[in-house]
Design a protein around this ligand. Structure first.
Ligand SMILES: Cc1cc2nc3c(=O)[nH]c(=O)nc-3n(C[C@H](O)[C@H](O)[C@H](O)COP(=O)(O)OP(=O)(O)OC[C@H]3O[C@@H](n4cnc5c(N)ncnc54)[C@H](O)[C@@H]3O)c2cc1C
Length: 444
């Protein structure tokens, strides 16, 4: 059968999932990919991010890992501590990760991750970016179409062969799909919010305890009842990135479209009031007005991620709590799988049925895994946030056993069996296998 190789692909959102999807599809041979982003640049990139080996493997295959790795910090170990005393509960050496999975566990700056994927996209002739362009009125029949409202121009309608909704946790494309299906996705208010803070080496340098933190290659988590702080150095140890999770009682009534708001420093100091003096000194270094607070939202699993020639990607279909540090990694796995199933060599023609078949294979490879990790992240939060009682005593006994080198790590992020399941998964190989099974073999 003759193959039509030019497909008009529209991607809504230039976040982690949108950038990776554009790159994966361009590398697969697509030549007409347009990314629509409502922000005037790459959006919110002002924070650190953990770069897990399953993410690194894909970015390496897509040719943009080296630069990210050069700017990132390799984690030697992780230390889980009691927030109120700074007493170490558990310590895990992460040196084995690189030997086992081919990539170390690294931490970096979001702008480095997003910027490198963007740069790699710009080198592909087939990818065009339209910033300052908001998408609405998504329709599905006979082909996907939507309205683009540029900030500085007149609105226009776009029709495409394939539409990818990479528009994050407040996804418009998800809302449109659910309306079409006459379904709802219950938003689950996790009751949690996160402060995100970055301190410079200069701010920390006169305090020996704080300086030791930025100089170590350690991811440190300080846990307490209903809240924790996780922190690590990024940008060649010039910045100490701090991210927290706590009840969202201080969260502004009307947060922005992205669930972010300016946090109050005094409220933050109060929330962590019973943490140890070193943490107080650390948080106190944050200038008033530089506390960014995020509301952490998830929703119940969707019945499907795919409708006709449209698919959802990343937080649009599997928003997660950050307690496994896998949200962006999973969005990037989505993209890598789309690069395989939507390869122009595999899709017979531009008909909805042919595209839908490829998207269904994407869903088959990705949905169960991503949703399992969303659940595991929530479970990890519950375990880290235990207050006094039997469950906490049991958890702390398991932490204590670690000192003799035995047993699971209660912080699942650092547990070897969980890491095997997350880091050991080669989603590209899985996608190729599924394509064979579903009769989507590549034709030259
Ligand atoms: C506190 C915290 C810490 C985290 N830490 C980690 C970590 O260490 N490691 C990790 O892997 N993940 C982490 N995550 C998760 C990760 O940030 C997200 O899962 C990831 O950014 C999701 O990518 P996305 O592309 O799906 O959505 P986003 O990155 O949110 O991108 C969506 C994009 O779509 C655009 N958009 C939305 N609507 C429209 C529209 N109508 N028209 C045009 N454009 C639109 C937005 O402007 C945005 O740029 C963390 C999350 C939080 C909250």
């Amino acid at each position: 059968m003759a193959r039509e190789t030019t497909f008009e692909i529209a991607i809504v959102g230039a976040g982690m999932g949108g950038l990776a999807s554009a790159l994966a599809l361009a590398k697969a041979g697509h030549t007409k990919i347009t990314v629509y982003e409502m922000a005037s640049d790459l959006g919110f990139v002002g924070a650190g991010i953990q770069l897990a080996p399953n993410m690194a493997r894909i970015l390496d295959q897509l040719g943009c890992w080296k630069k990210i790795a050069d700017e990132a910090v390799q984690c030697a170990d992780t230390s889980i501590r009691e927030g109120s005393t700074n007493k170490e509960l558990g310590h895990v050496d992460l040196g084995y990760v690189e030997k086992t999975y081919g990539y170390p566990h690294m931490v970096g700056h979001r702008s480095s991750l997003a910027g490198s994927m963007y740069e790699a996209c710009q080198k592909e002739k087939g990818v065009t970016f339209k910033f300052r362009s908001t998408i609405s009125n998504v329709k599905f029949v006979p082909k996907p179409s939507f309205k683009v409202t540029p900030r500085d121009g007149d609105p226009y309608i776009v029709e495409c062969d394939i539409l990818l909704g990479c528009d994050g946790v407040k996804s418009n494309t998800r809302v449109a799909m659910l309306q079409e299906l006459e379904e709802t996705a219950d938003v689950v208010d996790s009751g949690q919010a996160a402060y995100r803070i970055m301190l410079t080496r200069d701010q920390m340098k006169n305090d020996p305890e704080l300086l030791a933190l930025i100089e170590a290659d350690t991811v440190t988590r300080w846990i307490g009842e209903k809240r924790h702080i996780i922190a690590y150095p990024i940008s060649n140890k010039q910045i100490y990135n701090i991210s927290t999770a706590q009840p969202d009682t201080n969260f502004a009534e009307a947060p922005s479209a992205t669930y972010t708001t300016r946090g109050s420093k005094s409220a933050m100091m109060q929330v962590y009031g019973d943490y140890c003096p070193m943490i107080h000194r650390m948080l106190d270094l944050v200038p008033e007005g530089e506390v960014c607070e995020w509301k952490l939202r998830v929703h119940s699993p969707l019945s499907t991620w795919v409708y006709g020639s449209m698919a959802l990607v990343g937080d649009a279909c599997h928003p997660t709590l950050p307690h496994l540090a896998q949200g962006a990694a999973q969005a990037i796995e989505d993209a890598a799988v789309l690069g395989v199933t939507l390869s122009p060599k595999r899709i017979a023609d531009r008909k909805t049925e042919s595209i839908n078949k490829a998207l269904k294979v994407y869903e088959k490879v990705r949905k169960q895994r991503a949703e399992a990790l969303v659940e595991l992240a929530a479970e990890n939060g519950r375990s880290m946030h235990l207050g006094a009682g039997k469950a906490k005593e049991e958890r702390d006994k398991i932490f204590a056993a670690l000192k003799t080198g035995k047993g699971p790590v209660p912080d699942k992020w650092a547990d070897a069996d969980v890491q095997r399941m997350i880091y050991g998964h080669d989603c590209v190989a899985e996608a190729e296998k599924a394509c064979q099974e579903e009769g989507l073999s590549a034709k030259l």
